[in-house]
Design a binder for this molecule. Structure first.
Ligand code: AMP
Ligand code: ZN
Length: 112
């Protein structure tokens, strides 16, 4: 499958690892939008949040748990944001489910 994040997970495209376990891989975003900008992805290819089935409920929770763990490990005690851009209107550009963990500076709301 011609999927950028699948290639990153298998190692054929380099990345800067932040965390990994049997279900997920987390790596630094190549265009960081804040001092901390990490992508948490499932090892299994799922195109987007909209493509998750009932079977994926625990995996979705796991990805959020990983984001919270990384935030703790990085000392984001003042807060952070976890974002799942989904589909065209959601601004998703890579069709492999991913959680953005963004923090280390105050973040504006609402997003664009
Ligand atoms: P989204 O727009 O929500 O689909 O997010 C895709 C993210 O992937 C963007 O923040 C990109 O900067 C990031 N990205 C694209 N290519 C790479 C790469 N090779 N390594 C790390 N992050 C990447
Ligand atoms: Zn993929």
């Amino acid at each position: 499958m011609n999927c950028l994040f699948c290639k990153i997970i298998e190692g054929s495209i380099p990345s800067t690892p932040v965390y990994q376990d049997e279900l997920s891989y987390a790596f630094a975003d190549i265009h960081p939008q804040a001092p901390v900008h990490v992508l948490v992805v499932p090892r299994q290819h799922i195109a987007s949040m909209a493509d998750c089935s009932e079977e994926d409920r625990a995996l979705l929770g796991h990805l959020l748990w990983v984001a919270a763990k990384i935030a703790r490990d990085k000392g984001l005690v003042k807060g952070y944001r976890a974002v799942l851009n989904t589909g065209e209107d959601g601004g998703q550009t890579v069709d492999h489910l991913h959680v953005h963990l963004v923090g280390g500076r105050p973040l504006a709301w609402p997003p664009g």
